[in-house]
Design a protein around this ligand. Structure first.
Ligand code: GSH
Length: 235
């Protein structure tokens, strides 16, 4: 059995979708990041980075529990455990890893910052809005070019697509449009139509909070004393 610690956000959705896709049994443990649950010592013992999601595989390697944090590492772990959504051929596998890393180091962080400065920052910072909106747009155009002649980012549907999907899903909140990106739009629609994806993004949907309307959320996500001290106890 796998324990999933999550909250309905793009990074949470990656693993929620993956668990639904691979069909392994799991239990859901909400970590209410709006109320600061990511700073609870019990959760920090699982995820030193105080972010969601995290998994604990009770039947990990050697029959012992294994805790995994960071969505890229979680997706690779689940793909290897189940033999799904990542090819074993080294060339094809490298393609999947490249696009997974591209998501982890580029698309996610940049759209995340675009969303932050477009929607969440109390101070309007035109330089930051322009910088991250442009970089997010550039990355979506990279996707558009990559999807020329192929259905999914690295050939077959894989963990690279599962990683990218939740961030493309929130593109409007990140000040982006897909209107002139037909291949990204086609890719998005194909993934959105998958029943496992529907189940994954429905999980904990009733708990979703609009951060722009919650002072508590802003404090816990962007400015609480715990937030500052979570950097290894440094002020
Ligand atoms: N690189 C991390 C990022 C995880 C992340 O940023 N999670 C966000 C939700 S999308 C979070 O937990 N935010 C809570 C906080 O910042 O306190 C991963 O891929 O797992």
């Amino acid at each position: 059995m796998i324990r999933l610690y999550t909250w309905p956000t793009p990074n949470g959705h990656k693993v929620q979708i993956m668990l639904e896709e691979v069909g392994v049994p799991y239990t859901v443990h909400p970590v209410d990041i709006i109320r600061g649950a990511q700073f609870n010592p019990d959760y920090l013992a699982l995820n030193p980075n105080n972010k969601v999601p995290t998994i604990v595989d009770e039947d990990g390697p050697g029959g012992k529990p294994l805790t995994v944090f960071e969505t890229g590492a979680i997706l690779v772990y689940l793909a290897e455990k189940t033999g799904q959504f990542m090819p074993s051929d080294p060339r094809a596998r490298s393609g999947v890893m490249q696009w997974l890393m591209w998501q982890m180091g580029g698309l996610g962080p940049m759209l995340g910052q675009a969303q932050h400065f477009h929607r969440y920052a109390t101070e309007k910072v035109p330089y930051a809005i322009e910088r991250y909106t442009k970089e997010g747009r550039r990355l979506l155009c990279v996707m558009e070019r990559q999807l020329d002649g192929i259905d999914y980012l690295a050939g077959d549907y894989s963990i690279a697509d599962i990683a990218c999907f939740p961030w493309v899903r929130i593109h409007k909140m990140a000040n982006q449009s897909l209107d002139d990106l037909p291949r990204v739009s086609r890719w998005y629609a194909a993934i959105r139509a998958r029943p496992a994806v529907e189940r994954g993004i429905k999980l904990l949907l009733d708990q979703w909070v609009d951060v722009t309307k919650s002072e508590e959320a802003r404090t816990n996500l962007f400015g609480s004393p715990q937030y500052r001290s979570s950097a290894n106890g440094l002020p």
